[in-house]
Design a protein around this ligand. Structure first.
Ligand SMILES: *Cc1c(COP(=O)(O)O)cnc(C)c1O
Ligand SMILES: [Zn+2]
Length: 403
């Protein structure tokens, strides 16, 4: 049986209550399970082997599969050239860009929109730096319900807007940043009958925790030493930690990896809180980075993410936009993995922590790359050489090749 529990005061609520924060104290909510039906079962017995992806782990999900587009089941690449460049022996890339809309948000939305359907709701909404809106719109389309998305005007990569409008969402650009857009959609969801599917919604995080489950299965049930993630709203790092803690508590694995969150220097409220050992995260009022997916000043899942990093002996680090672009090029050119800038921050952050001696060269590391290269073609045009245009003349072409 599953229910909602307040992250701070432990009050319990029914899963069918449409609430996003604790009615008693205003804190974040979490989905909890008693796991009575699976306690004591083996690894084989707790998985649904007829499924791949998110719904393989349905015993760990708060709703049934009502809408799905074959999300999850993404590749885990073992790298060698990239591992050399970073300076570690063993580096895996969990490439979430391989999801149907090109980001891990699909995992959250298969759960979130399934829950909306179970609740009989017809309208879903979110604020988004882009990928959340792409994922929401595809699942809403498939489920034949309405979606509305608020985007920070001018700061969303083109591929993501293209997805949201093509899949039929009502797309509204707010002349302000993401944090303001999130505030507004929260108010919209209170006033209108719109089910909020930002990562403040604990059901969405349940879908995303399956990234961790897949990593463990793909490593033949070996637990890596660390998992590196880009951090924006800090939902993903919280979700993966939560999922792996459930598996550890059930005895399915014996430890939880160190959870390491990476942000961009222009937008690093989570990193500041970790480094300064703060109890709470202080909002960055003017977040700025070319990694628009993590251009977020006020991570809504802050308290959960602080716990994820601290309880696992993990950490946080910030990297410059230049370091992000460098890692993005290394992923693309050494391993053939094309990612959007935010995704590359996990690898850039790992390299930095190895150089600082905070991550050992012998550790087994997984970096999650969160979104696909094609999401942000404008960034590529800005940071790579343009194609050379010439007359259709063989000698000229050969000259250029030998240049
Ligand atoms: C949403 C997103 C993030 C940030 O994830 P959070 O759960 O908000 O921390 C990072 N990278 C990409 C590509 C994303 O779409
Ligand atoms: Zn509470």
């Amino acid at each position: 049986m599953a229910y909602l529990e307040c992250f701070e005061c432990d009050s319990r609520f029914d899963l069918d209550e449409i609430i996003y924060t604790c009615p008693d104290c205003g804190s974040l909510l979490e989905v909890k399970y008693d796991f009575d039906e699976i306690r004591g079962k083996t690894r084989e017995e707790v998985l649904d082997r007829s499924e791949e992806g998110v719904w393989r782990y349905k015993e760990f999900m708060p709703c049934n599969k009502e809408v799905s587009v074959a999300e999850g089941n993404t590749p885990l690449y073992e790298t060698d050239q990239l591992a050399d460049w970073v300076g570690v022996k063993s580096l895996y890339i969990k490439n979430e860009g391989s999801n149907p809309t090109g980001s891990f948000k699909d995992r959250g939305m298969t759960a979130g929109v399934s829950k909306a359907i179970e609740l009989g709701l017809k309208n879903v909404g979110c604020a988004s730096t882009g990928n959340t809106s792409a994922a929401l719109s595809i699942f809403a389309a498939k489920a034949d319900i309405n979606s509305v998305v608020l985007l920070p005007a001018g700061k969303v990569a083109m591929g993501k807007v293209a997805q949201a409008i093509m899949h039929g969402a009502k797309v509204i650009s707010i002349k302000d940043n993401f944090d303001k857009a999130l505030e507004l959609i929260q108010e919209v969801s209170e006033r209108e009958n719109v089910y909020l599917l930002n990562s403040i919604n604990p059901v969405r995080l349940e879908g995303q925790k399956t990234i961790g489950y897949e990593i463990i299965e793909q490593l033949n049930w070996n637990v890596p030493d660390s998992i590196f993630l880009p951090v924006g709203n800090a939902g993903n790092i919280s979700a993966i930690f939560k999922g792996l803690r459930e598996w550890r508590n059930l005895g399915l694995i014996d430890k939880i990896p160190k959870m390491v969150g990476i942000q961009s220097e222009g937008s690093k409220p989570f990193v500041d809180a970790i480094k300064n050992e703060k109890e709470t995260i202080e909002q960055e009022m003017n977040p700025e980075t070319l990694a628009t997916a993590i251009r977020i000043g006020k991570p809504v899942n802050g308290p959960k993410a602080l716990e994820a990093a601290r309880e696992t002996n993990g950490t946080a680090e910030s990297v410059s936009d230049e370091e992000i672009v460098e890692a993005q090029k290394k992923l693309a050119r050494l391993e053939g993995i094309g990612v959007e800038p935010a995704s590359a921050s996990s690898v850039a952050g790992l390299k930095k922590l190895v150089e600082k001696g905070k991550i050992g060269k012998e550790e087994e590391i997984v970096c999650v790359t969160t979104g696909h290269l094609l999401k942000d073609p404008e960034e590529v045009a800005d940071v790579c050489k343009k194609p050379i245009e010439v007359e259709p003349n063989l000698d000229k072409i050969i000259d250029l090749i030998n240049d």
